[in-house]
Ligand binder design. Structure first.
Ligand code: UD1
Ligand code: MG
Length: 412
């Protein structure tokens, strides 16, 4: 393989050029498609504006289409190098690339169908799980281990450096895919926040990949270059999308974008062998998911929209949005959740009387509402900036954690 390895840098350079073109093209095409979306009835209402008009949705599908075209074009670059290799064609590497692309295509399809049909929850969960199968088969085929590196202080007790968790590892990766495909979609509803998350997460992981390519041996480095080459055109097309989706939004990204971005992150994490590190970068998303559990699994009521409430008759800022229920009528487990959240000051809770019964009013359990609980009402663009600032700060901490604290736990 030695001749291949010199080409990592060249391949990435070509990818950067292609990505820049993809970004410009995506921006141009999305603007061109705005009237076509409206004609076809593909639009939504901006719930945080006085008179929003029709906002084209899901514009993420144009960005995703441009992304796919450029990834397909890009595949020929490493391919040309590989066919010239005297030591044999690296089929497994081509398979990794193709397996990843299949899962990404499936996520884009699911997102688009969801945007058009508003799928049921159980259908939404089944499809991404199954669409991870090609990816997991490629993982198995490429002989990648299902062993976990144990922290230094645990090793003497178990007597090994690695613990092989076998099938559990595949279950873990399947769950990672479900988590990622939904993680971005449930921090949504204000201008710029979905594409913004995609850019910050994508860029953080791309920087991580560059560091790892420089640090690791060429074999492992190649998997990071694969991740980088899938991420760069994504970042470019996301920036194009963000420029139209940021406050005041001219387009909405749709579920297409959210599923595409989420699946892409899962794919690069799995193929690049850094799925644990991926989760450290996603700390705000993991927190938001855990915080949302009482509503996602209907322990307490979950309204169709949980985005913050726009005070259209008052200060024109975003306020906490709420869910209401009768405390007597929720389950024991739900009561424990509510009490725990109140004790940890993570919940705004009020009681009131309605038709002679005792009712409770809580904030909808999303990180955006939680930020508003601490800051008070904010303008829409401010809330987006605060959240993205938080996401960037978490990424910075993730780098410190990954490279500084990890050396206390693991030998590398
Ligand atoms: C997810 C969230 C939901 C949130 C919604 C907002 C969960 C379980 N679901 O639902 O709480 O309200 O996203 O996207 O957490 N919109 C805006 N401004 C924006 C972006 C979107 O007003 O900047 C509105 C538009 O009316 C748009 C709609 O949100 O049409 C899209 O919602 P959709 O993606 O269908 O909601 P879900 O993904 O089902
Ligand atoms: Mg959505």
């Amino acid at each position: 393989n030695s001749s291949n390895e010199e080409y990592i840098v060249e391949t990435v350079v070509v990818n950067v050029f292609l990505s820049l073109i993809a970004g410009y093209l995506a921006h141009y095409l999305m603007k061109e498609y705005i009237p076509i979306f409206k004609q076809r009835g593909l639009f939504g209402k901006d719930m945080c504006k006085l008179n929003s008009g029709d906002i084209p949705e899901p514009m993420g599908v144009i960005a995703a289409a441009v992304y796919l075209i450029f990834v397909f074009l890009f595949i020929s670059v490493p391919f040309i190098v590989w066919v010239q290799d005297s030591s044999g064609f690296p089929y497994v590497r081509l398979l990794s690339l193709l397996g990843g692309v299949i899962s990404i295509c499936a996520a884009i399809l699911l997102g688009f169908v969801d945007d058009i049909l508003d799928l049921r929850w159980r259908h939404k969960l089944l499809f991404p799980t199954l669409s991870s199968v090609p990816l997991l088969i490629v993982y198995k085929l490429s002989g990648h281990s299902t062993a976990m590196l144990l922290p230094k202080f645990i090793q003497p007790f178990i007597g090994t450096t690695y613990l092989d968790i076998g099938p559990l590892f595949y279950i873990y990766m399947g769950m990672l895919v479900i988590f990622c495909t939904n993680a971005i979609n449930i921090i949504a509803g204000i201008n710029g926040v979905e594409a913004g998350q995609g850019i910050v997460l994508g860029a953080s992981i791309a920087i991580f990949n560059v560091i790892q390519i420089a640090r690791l041996d060429v074999e492992e480095g190649w998997y990071h270059s694969l991740s980088l080459c899938l991420l760069l055109p994504f970042i470019a097309t996301s920036v194009a999308l963000y420029s139209l989706n940021r406050y005041p939004a001219k387009v909405f990204v749709g579920d297409t974008y959210c599923y595409w971005a989420g699946m892409l992150l899962a794919v690069v994490g799995i193929l690049g062998h850094f799925s644990k590190t991926l989760l450290i970068f996603c700390v705000p998303q993991v927190f938001n998911f855990l915080y949302s559990i009482p509503q996602l699994f209907h322990f307490v009521p979950c309204p169709r929209h949980r985005l913050p409430r726009f005070d259209r008759d008052g200060d024109k800022k975003l306020h906490i949005s709420v869910a209401e229920f009768e405390p007597e009528k929720i389950s024991k487990l739900a009561t424990i959740m509510v009490v725990t959240l109140r004790m940890t000051k993570l919940l705004k809770y009020e009681e009131f009387q309605k038709d002679g019964a005792r009712w409770a009013r809580i904030n909808n359990l999303t990180i955006l509402n939680l930020i508003l609980k601490f800051t008070g009402p904010l303008y829409e663009y401010q809330l987006n900036n605060v959240f993205l600032g938080l996401q960037i700060a978490c990424s910075a901490l993730a780098f410190v954690g990954r490279f500084y604290f990890a050396s206390f736990l693991y030998d590398e």
